[in-house]
Design a protein around this ligand. Structure first.
Ligand code: R5P
Length: 310
């Protein structure tokens, strides 16, 4: 097995390599003066089972292009099998036409990855499970739930907990976590009755006096979580925190969380957090390298990965 790291999240790639007790393959990724990307794999990979680790996070287009060019280099170097390990699959939110004459970019990006030569994809908490079907190669979509569940069990005693989906789209994910932990579920239903009229937040479930933990796949601007947290507090929740798989955290999202009624936001390290964000007391990071590393080990050994969903 060969592990190759592109540049989006080197600490995660190194942690996966540590878990597997396998070195990262020597490679170089350079930019030409005009910003074109150049990749050279500095070790023989002929006939090897290769795993390329790259999240397509900010800057999404550069990181995607690095992945595509790296996969192309490996294909032309006669690797036997190439698995694109994409802890965070960017563009996933563009998974359907939302209006006339708009793209389905998630499908386009999936096509690009398999057409570049990836034989398999390993990813985590896709924005919607159906996106697995956008890839015309075998795709394993891991869930961060076991890591999040463990942290919740350590941090909170089960009393009075309520898992909350911050929007209707996340209900399946939140319900599954509530079931794992054995607590109740509430849902924030966000609606804009008319264009130009501010959103109304309805809470489905009685959160009064409850310790609320929101769960979501992505925190981008932080708007969804901060607004939902306020609505929960207004309905009597005693405290509100959030667990998110992918901390996209664009612009001043962390500052927004700091100023909100949220106690903290806990993200997984599928995306490398910015140094300034890491200084915030409102942000905590959970490592997912053991989960990804174990999935890679099992794929390489042709073992089942379904145990990782338990
Ligand atoms: C939406 O469907 C996603 O699950 C997230 O809730 C959303 O992308 C978060 O975005 P933001 O943090 O900008 O509100």
């Amino acid at each position: 097995m060969k592990l190759i790291a592109c540049n989006a999240n080197l600490p995660l790639a190194e942690a996966i390599a540590d878990y597997l007790d396998a070195p990262l393959t020597e490679s170089e990724i350079k930019r030409f003066a005009d910003n074109e990307i150049f990749v050279r794999i500095n070790e023989n990979v002929r006939g090897e089972d290769v795993f390329v680790i790259q999240s397509t996070s900010f800057p999404a287009n550069d990181n995607l292009m690095e992945l595509l060019i790296c996969v192309d280099a490996l294909t032309r170097a006669s690797a036997k099998r190439i698995t694109a390990v994409i802890p965070y699959f960017g563009y996933a939110r563009q998974d359907r036409k939302t209006d006339g004459r708009t793209p389905i970019s998630a499908k386009l990006v999936a096509n690009l990855i398999s057409n570049a030569g990836a034989d398999r994809v390993l990813t985590m908490d896709l924005h919607a499970g159906q996106i697995q079907g956008f890839f015309d190669v075998p795709t394993d979509n891991l869930i961060a739930a076991p890591v999040i569940e463990e942290d919740i069990r350590i941090r909170y005693n089960g009393d009075n907990l309520m898992i909350v989906s911050p929007d209707v789209g996340g209900v399946v994910r939140a319900r599954s976590l509530a079931k794992r932990i054995g607590c109740d579920l509430a849902i924030v239903d966000k609606r804009r009755e008319k264009a130009g009229v501010s959103e109304v937040m309805n809470i489905i479930g009685d959160v009064s006096g409850r310790r609320c933990i929101m769960v979501d796949d992505i925190c981008d601007s932080g708007g969804t979580l901060c607004n939902a947290a306020k609505a929960l507090k207004d309905k009597g929740a005693t405290d509100v925190s959030a667990y998110v798989t992918h901390g996209v955290l664009s612009n001043d999202a962390v500052k927004r969380v700091e100023k909100s009624v949220l106690d903290e936001i806990v993200i997984c390290d599928t995306i490398k957090p910015r140094d300034e964000d890491m200084k915030s007391k409102a942000l905590r990071v959970l490592p997912v390298a053991p989960l990804l590393g174990e999935a890679i080990r099992r794929i390489a050994n042709e073992e089942s990965v379904s145990k990782l969903f338990d």
